[in-house]
Design a protein around this ligand. Structure first.
Ligand SMILES: [Cu+2]
Length: 152
């Protein structure tokens, strides 16, 4: 089992722990779960992935993602146009207390370009997510994505 971990480089960021303590006015507490990346078929270097992002407190926006497992990561939406599913890159996606951000296959998702072909189903890779409150304040969060198969 291979695990790409960024832990050593991220000590300075401080991982947010999920807890039930009240969130101060204007602050937000983000929580990411169930992250996965679908192993690309046929040796292609493009993979899609998903996760669930919840926030307590102020609204946030997912504005970027990086990982050692791919050259670049984009935020994509998926929509039906003229009977064809189309994806489109967007700058950000919102996450609010009322509406968690659900990224998944067939819906809004992350797209990984130049995916590390030495990874296999069953491995995992850390993904660094950047959130913005829309007023110049950013926070980063690391989540571990499981590499899953096309049929999983
Ligand atoms: Cu996409």
């Amino acid at each position: 089992m291979k695990r790409l971990s960024l832990a050593a480089t991220l000590i300075g960021f401080g991982l947010l722990a999920a807890c039930s303590s009240p969130v101060p006015e204007g602050e937000s507490a983000l929580e990411v779960s169930d992250a996965y990346i679908v192993m690309p078929a046929g040796g292609q270097g493009i993979a899609s992935g998903g996760m669930v992002v919840k926030v307590r407190g102020a609204d946030e926006m997912l504005v970027g993602a990086t990982t050692d497992a791919a050259d670049s990561v984009e935020i994509h939406t998926m929509s039906m146009e003229d009977g064809v599913m189309r994806m489109r890159q967007v700058e950000s996606l919102p996450v609010t207390e009322k509406e968690p951000l659900v990224l998944k296959r067939g819906g809004n998702h992350l797209m990984f370009f130049g995916f590390d072909k030495s990874l296999a189903v069953g491995d995992s890779a850390d993904v660094v997510l950047t959130f913005s409150n829309g007023q110049g304040k950013e926070q980063m969060l690391v989540t571990t994505a499981q590499i899953i198969g096309q049929a999983d």
